[in-house]
Design a protein around this ligand. Structure first.
Ligand code: ZN
Length: 372
């Protein structure tokens, strides 16, 4: 679909299609569409779910670098501990590189190719780098991945196996991010990562949830938060489905972080600006001290009467072990939203009891648990 890029903070339009931040204020950008021209294909509602189904909502004409991502299961929970909740689990671990990141990588790599780039780079704590490296290799594009010190060793090995160049940065994700952006500017390389095009690709996760629920709207969606791109993507996707007349109301969004890295939760619950927090969580996939989409994430929670929940490291591990006993395999970050659900169930039951609740299980790449 036709789109224009504009700044999420100052509104300045960006002509450069490879821009990753506002040329004026450095804030992140957003792809905006003219929804009056939106045309859904006949039979859209009933069509099978896959990333390419949603091309009308993406800033592309064709998804040329898709690798079969999306179309993941929305599993009805049979967990008896929570049988007074209409609980559904969206299992993202069956994507090509085992995380929801592939939805965004498909769009980013397609866009990089469309714009004629032969090289991409990306900052990552592991999963995103692996996904970008995989999609780049399949598209014949070179990838350089900037890895933070807290990145997971198993994921680093997998990134190397994809043939990507590794730049190991001493410091956390935000340090790696600065290094990747500086490298891109200096070398005219397309930047992948938590920016607007990735956010567009990740919207398909919530489109699928709505489609799989036959256009009824869940009451609450629990999502983990690292860089808050998925949180912002879920919100944008819901707004777009509402504009397209496919849903009539918004669900509440519940954002879950580890207590050892919870800048968004603190900011939302204390009604303050987001402040950098040194990430000390073992859940490397969400170890981000200053979320790139924090501003949009807070907006998503405000506009959906959402909630922000911090869970302990022990609660995350317990949640992952609990899922494991039900033969659902997730890494720590991948099971964090479920830890947030459990905490809400036992602490604020009225928020979930009798409600339609979706919990997103985002990934399984640590290799410390049995693989699905
Ligand atoms: Zn700006």
């Amino acid at each position: 679909m036709e789109y224009r890029l504009s700044c999420t903070k100052c509104g300045t339009s960006q002509k450069n299609q490879a821009a990753f931040r506002c040329s004026k204020c450095r804030a992140v950008l957003e792809a905006e569409y003219d929804y009056s021209t939106l045309k859904l294909e006949r039979g859209f509602r009933g069509a099978g779910i896959r990333n390419s189904k949603y091309i009308s909502f993406l800033p592309l004409d064709r998804l040329t670098c898709g690798l079969g991502e999306g179309g993941t299961q929305l599993m009805r929970s049979t967990i008896s501990s929570f049988d007074d909740v209409n609980l559904l689990l969206k299992i993202e671990t069956t994507n090509p590189t085992k995380t929801f990141k592939d939805r965004g990588s498909a769009v980013e790599i397609t866009k990089a190719k469309e714009l004629g780039f032969k090289d991409v780079c990306c900052a990552s704590t592991g999963n995103m780098g692996l996904s970008v490296a995989h999609y780049a290799r399949k598209a014949g594009i070179n990838a350089t991945i900037f890895i933070s010190s807290n990145a997971n060793a198993i994921k680093i090995k997998r990134i190397k196996n994809e043939g990507a160049k590794l730049a190991e940065i001493k410091g956390d994700f935000n340090k790696a991010l600065n290094a990747a952006e500086a490298f891109a500017i200096k070398n005219n390389v397309f930047v992948c990562g938590d920016y607007h095009f990735r956010k567009e690709g990740q919207k398909t996760l919530v489109f699928e949830i709505i489609d799989q629920m036959r256009y009824s709207v869940p009451d609450v969606i629990f999502t983990p938060v690292g860089n808050a791109t998925l949180l912002a993507a879920i919100h944008k996707g819901l707004r777009e489905y509402k504009k397209a007349g496919l849903i009539k109301r918004m669900p509440r969004i519940a954002a879950v972080q580890s207590e050892k890295c919870d800048p968004l939760v603190r900011a939302f619950n204390n009604k303050k600006e987001i402040k950098y927090t040194r990430p000390e969580t073992e859940a490397d996939a969400i170890a981000v001290g200053y979320p790139t989409f924090g501003f949009e994430g807070i907006r998503a929670l405000k506009e959906t009467k959402g909630m922000a929940i911090a869970v302990s490291e022990q609660e995350i591990e317990d949640a992952v072990r609990f899922l494991e006993r039900k033969r659902i395999y997730a890494e720590l970050g991948g099971g964090t939203a479920f830890a947030g659900f459990i905490k809400t169930y036992y602490g604020n039951k009225h928020l979930v009891k009798g409600k339609k609740v979706v919990v997103i299980i985002t990934g399984n790449n640590e290799g410390v648990f049995k693989e699905a």
